[in-house]
Design a protein around this ligand. Structure first.
Ligand code: HEM
Length: 456
């Protein structure tokens, strides 16, 4: 038997389900609505229909690649202004997706990770140098500093380009332009399809155009810096793409697509990892027993030595802290899935080819399979025996299937390395009055979260 998809009770003509809508925090707003409507529900905004799914059984089916594939939800589709047919924003059928995927896959193997290790340590060293000067009680802005670190890491490992993040008092203007572009995409998602909406966003569109222009200039500068340095550069993402073009490789991509890949990696490669690190530090500062255990592990596994590549993955408990932080707040909090055949979701909700839903990841991560108190922060949720006791497909911070995150191992290696470095060096003290507040700009980020540092 088929069932109707629930929707909010007060549905207005034309405007739809706009009562109680919050355009600054649409994700948290949808989680709130889901609490009463359940694991699948619909929101109609100005005639745009959004279906959100988060039930473990539903997401398991949506992960079946023989029936479903990635869908570019409106908030992501509007990012094509920035990323074009780059990896993240490419439609499944676009030839540049498989070309770039094949071309860049070697940059995400274990041996590639090994080659980034040194640079990741260097950047973590710059963070501690920067933080050492702030151990006098001045609180540090965690998200801002984690963003310096992750932007620097992807710039140098991927493109051998430094943003000089730790030499600046303010964030690199790339960050502000990117945040502007992401926020713009999010805010205009609901309104863009109506004429009235387009009128309302005209000024913001002009500001956005300036941000996009600036981001394109940075990308040009990154490529120019490489070209100026002679023909072959260091083995990095950019070199893989430029070399394929030079050598007329069957998977070579053209100049415009290379630029789309560069901006894609600069954005996707740092914003979400920065949020993940910030949430992890937030939870560590709130859970002294977890912090003590994590630090004891770092002291035992690393001692006072500079950690080797293999010693990062040995921080099993720190890894569980990261996994658990990404359970509660997956920093890329939703992804779209569309039916590739006529089908019925969990035997109840018919879907025609092209029909799509958004997987609401934080709600999936609070499904009853996660136990009686899914809001509680508990790294032991990721003990191997607990993982085995849960069904598959209930943990999706990196998406699913062929279009899942290519940078997952990169992000995990970087984040565990950095958390270990911080825990070993500092006592971290959060502001006891701070209430977790989450900013949304397609991604999630703790807002206004500070730490006081003391060298141990
Ligand atoms: C795709 C999350 C770090 C590059 C994705 C997707 C998710 C995700 C959910 C799938 C989106 C969809 O289905 O529409 C995350 C999180 C990260 C992270 C939570 C950190 C904690 C990274 C890093 C890089 C990266 C470090 C690059 C170095 C990409 C790219 C794609 C992607 C290129 C598109 C892949 C494709 O469609 O072929 N990521 N990501 N991500 N991510 Fe990540």
């Amino acid at each position: 038997d088929t069932a109707a998809i629930p929707h909010p009770r007060w549905r207005l003509p034309v405007l739809g389900d706009v009562l109680g809508i919050n355009i600054r925090t649409p994700l948290q707003n949808s989680m709130e609505i889901g609490k009463t409507l359940g694991p699948i529900f619909e929101r109609d905004v100005l005639g745009n229909r959004f279906v959100f799914a988060s039930g473990a059984d539903m997401v398991a089916e949506l992960s079946d690649e023989s029936r479903f594939a990635k869908h570019l939800a409106p908030g992501v589709a509007s990012l094509r202004e920035l990323g074009g047919d780059g990896l993240f924003t490419a439609y499944n059928h676009e030839p540049n997706w498989s070309k770039a995927h094949n071309l860049l896959a070697p940059a995400f193997t274990k041996s590639a990770m090994r080659s980034y290790h040194r640079t990741m340590l260097d950047v973590a060293g710059e963070l501690t140098e920067y933080w050492d000067r702030r151990t006098d009680g001045t609180p540090v802005d965690v998200s801002s500093d984690m963003t310096k670190l992750t932007l620097e890491t992807i710039g140098r490992t991927g493109f051998s380009y430094s943003f000089d993040s730790f030499e600046r008092s303010r964030p690199h203007p790339f960050v502000q332009a990117m945040v502007g572009a992401l926020s713009h995409s999010q805010r205009t998602t609901f309104v863009k399809t109506s004429a009235l909406g387009r009128l309302l966003t005209r000024r913001a569109d002009r500001r956005n155009a300036r941000n996009l222009e600036y981001l394109a200039e940075v990308v040009d500068e990154v490529i120019r810096a490489r070209r100026g340095s002679g023909d072959t550069g260091p083995e990095d993402l950019l070199e893989l793409m430029l070399r394929a073009a030079r050598e007329d490789h069957p998977d070579k991509i053209d100049e415009l697509n290379i630029r789309h890949q560069v901006v894609t990696f600069l954005v996707a490669g740092h914003e979400t990892t920065s949020g993940a690190l910030s949430f992890a530090l937030y939870y560590l500062s709130r859970h002294p027993e977890v912090l003590a255990k994590a630090r004891a592990e770092v002291d035992e596994v690393w001692g006072q030595e500079t950690p080797e590549f293999e010693q990062i993955a040995k921080l099993r408990y720190v890894r569980r802290v990261l996994d658990e932080s990404l359970r509660l707040w997956p920093t890329a909090p939703a992804y779209g899935r569309e039916a590739t055949v006529d089908t019925t979701l969990v035997g109840k909700y018919p879907m025609k080819v092209g029909d799509w839903v958004l997987v609401l990841i934080p709600a999936l991560h609070r499904d009853p399979v996660w136990g009686d108190d899914p809001e509680a922060f508990d790294p032991d949720n990721f003990l191997p025996e607990r993982i085995r006791s849960r069904p598959a497909h209930v943990y999706k911070p990196f998406g699913t299937g062929e279009r899942a995150c290519i940078g997952r191992q990169f992000a995990v290696h970087e984040a565990v390395l950095v958390l270990g470095t911080i825990l070993r060096r500092y006592d971290i003290v959060g502001d006891p009055d701070y209430q977790l507040k989450i900013a949304e700009r397609l991604t999630l980020m703790p807002e206004g979260f500070t730490l006081q540092l003391r060298c141990r």
